[in-house]
Structure formats: structure tokens, C-alpha cells
Design a protein around this ligand. Sequence first.
Ligand code: ATP
Ligand code: MG
Length: 296
Amino acid sequence: MTGDIIVRARGITKRFGDFTAVDHVDVDVRRGEIFGFLGPNGAGKTTTIRMITTLTQPTEGTVEIDGRDITKDVSSPAKEDIGIIQQHISLDKDVSVLENIRYHAILHRIPRKEAEERIERLSRMMGLEPYMDRLVLNLSGGWKRRVAIVCAIIHEPRILFLDEPTAGLDTQSRHMLWDLIRGLNANGTTIFLTTHYMDEAEELCDRVAIIDHGHLVIQGTPEELCMGIGSWAVEYRDSDGVKQYRYFTDMEQSRAFQESLPLGSRVVSRNTNMEDVFLEVTGRDVVATEEVTFRI
Ligand SMILES: Nc1ncnc2c1ncn2[C@@H]1O[C@H](COP(=O)(O)OP(=O)(O)OP(=O)(O)O)[C@@H](O)[C@H]1O
Ligand SMILES: [Mg+2]
């Protein structure tokens, strides 16, 4: 069923001594969606994912997975619903791909015959077959991530958490991973991922939330968030040469504003994107250039 809530986090808070890394965050993830959790470095993304996946206990707040409170009962069967690929992938580098995957199958007590069937199917799906006997240490970052994905989904979790799945990967590997994530999602796995990349959020995610300094600042579909600040973006340089952004809900207003700029101004008029939303809500600068026009 698509649309009902599979993860419901309420008021989750994590303090490290006097420092509050995550401050009363509410998150709802709907079954069957790809949910993106965005934020600058140190915003609290990993800490939130760790609380939701029972890797760390929240200082305050509750997390329900499929209606079961995992913060109260960490041995709950709800844990079996979760698969996680951590930001710093933890595979055993000195053994083969196959042994790493088998180890996870054993951890989840999957009967041997069933495990071998799943390993065969998943390694085929991930294109890992030629690599099964290689030592993990000899694989590139993109292939290691695929191995990590197979390890994380061998027990067929209903929801897969990926912390920065494409960080540091080349463009080709990123696109391959996007396809894999889409494929898993199409097969019914709900996806929760964190990312720094706004294009990733826009391309992949049904809904996104942005966290900044431990506070959840905004949540919705990329389209809703773009419309929220105004669908028409105008980039221009002010009289000091500093790049400025203005957003408009109405194209006519956007045109009128451009007309009001001094002759010769360098103006970019385009649709608002997630980088704009990120800039607006976190105050962080972005680089965006499309359809450069000069007013003459
Ligand atoms: N175990 C810890 N002890 C003390 N502070 C911590 C601990 N873990 C995280 N923090 C701090 O909490 C804040 C949030 O960290 P977190 O790793 O969740 O951020 P993030 O959004 O995942 O960042 P990044 O984009 O760099 O991965 C940071 O300021 C970090 O230094
Ligand atoms: Mg992180």
C-alpha cells in the first residue's frame, strides 16, 4: 500500500553533552516512497538516521516503524524491517564479496538454501556476478556501495536507509546507483536517503525534508518546496557585482522585475530548483547557471 506512514518520528532529539545535534525533529515517511533527507555538513542527518534505525538511542522522542515503537523495544521485530547502508561503509575488506554477503545472510538467520537463492538474484540485479570472488579491498567505491546494498537488503527489509549513497562517486556511478535505488523502490522497498546533492533530491525523491543546525526546516515534494518560494527564479548581480536571487510566483511579476533592472544587467531567468530552496532555507550559497540572457 502506498501512502500510509511506515516511519513516524516524533520530537527526536540527540544531545551530546551540552550540544544538541538534533532538536525535536518530526519526520513521516510514507510507505513506497523515496524520501530525501537533506542538509549541510554537520546538520544532523547521520544522527537522525542512526536514531531511526536504532543504532543510537534518542535523548528524547519516539520512532515508530510500521506502528511499533522501536525506541522502547529495540529487540522489536520492526528491526527486521530495516536495512541500512551507513555513510562510512562497514564491509570486511579482507574477504570476498560473496563472504561479506553470506555473513549478513547468517546474521539475519536466513536458511542457507534461501540465502544462496537471494544472493544469486541480488548479485545479478546489481551486476556483481563477476566480482563475487574478489576481495572487497580491491573494489572501487561504486562497487563497494553495491556490495553494501546487497548486504543491507539480503533480509528483504521493507525500508532501506542510505546515508549519502553517492558521496564521492563519479557521475556514471551516481547514475547507476540512482537506477538501482529506483529499481529497489519499484519492487516495493521504501527508501530513506540523505544527500548533499540537490540534483539527487530532485531526480530521485518523491518527498524531501531539509535539516539545518539540528532543526527540521521544511518538508514536502520538491515541486511543493519550489512553489513555496516561488516557481520563477531570477538571478542577477547587484550594483556591487554580488549575485542576488529573487523568486516569483507569477511569470509576469518576474518579467516586470527583470524590466526594472538596469540596462546591461546580467540576468538569468529560470525555473526555481531545489538548490534555490536549499539556499533560501539554509542561507547557503549555490551555483546555478542556465539560460544566461543579457538585457539590452
Ligand atoms: N558522537 C558524537 N559526539 C559528539 N558530537 C557528535 C557526535 N556525533 C555527531 N556529533 C555532532 O553532531 C552534529 C551532527 O552530526 P551528523 O554526523 O549527524 O551530521 P551530518 O548532517 O550527517 O553531517 P555530514 O553531512 O558531514 O555527514 C555535528 O556537529 C557533529 O559534530
Ligand atoms: Mg552524515
